[in-house]
Design a protein around this ligand. Sequence first.
Ligand code: COA
Length: 155
Amino acid sequence: MGTKSLALRFLAEPTDVNFGGKVHGGMVMKWIDQGGFACAVNWCGGYAVTIYVGGIRFFKPIHIGNLVEIRSRLIHTGKTSMHISVDVFSKKPEENEYVHNTHCIIIFVAVDKNNHPVPVPAYSAETEEEVNLQKYAIRLMELRKSIEDEMQTFY
Ligand SMILES: CC(C)(COP(=O)(O)OP(=O)(O)OC[C@H]1O[C@@H](n2cnc3c(N)ncnc32)[C@H](O)[C@@H]1OP(=O)(O)O)[C@@H](O)C(=O)NCCC(=O)NCCS
């Protein structure tokens, strides 16, 4: 069984820029996917694909040249799915105080080489914080159901 949490750290590069001079939102989404992926595959010990990315909230812009930290944390598992909470923080490399830029929940499904879902090791919440995060993941699943029912009319 792998670890529950994992962090990626790197500098935001000039090639990550948007038209306004800050980091491009699409780039942040890519980092979220990569951070979540690394956490998911470490947990399941195999390959996994993104099945859902929910409610990405960009609180504050990320500046080019800043040190970015993508903190991913497993908060719930189903039979084949892994729910990962991803928070993006950044700071000037010469300073110590991180800014919280983004939060979202991303769900991965472990798959075999034929892209069929396979069972993952069960997550068990131990601390009070972990219990609360797991409840949060379950509440979101319930909310998502009604959002998806609503959206289904249009896809
Ligand atoms: C991932 C994939 C193999 C799953 O197959 P599926 O037949 O759609 O899904 P299943 O009904 O077998 O469900 C598999 C898991 O996904 C979960 N799931 C299904 N739909 C979901 C949704 N809309 N949101 C969140 N989780 C969902 C199920 O609850 C199940 O988890 P569990 O076993 O823990 O209960 C398939 O959807 C797929 O290949 N999707 C594309 C993945 C991809 O290309 N990702 C990159 C996109 S850029």
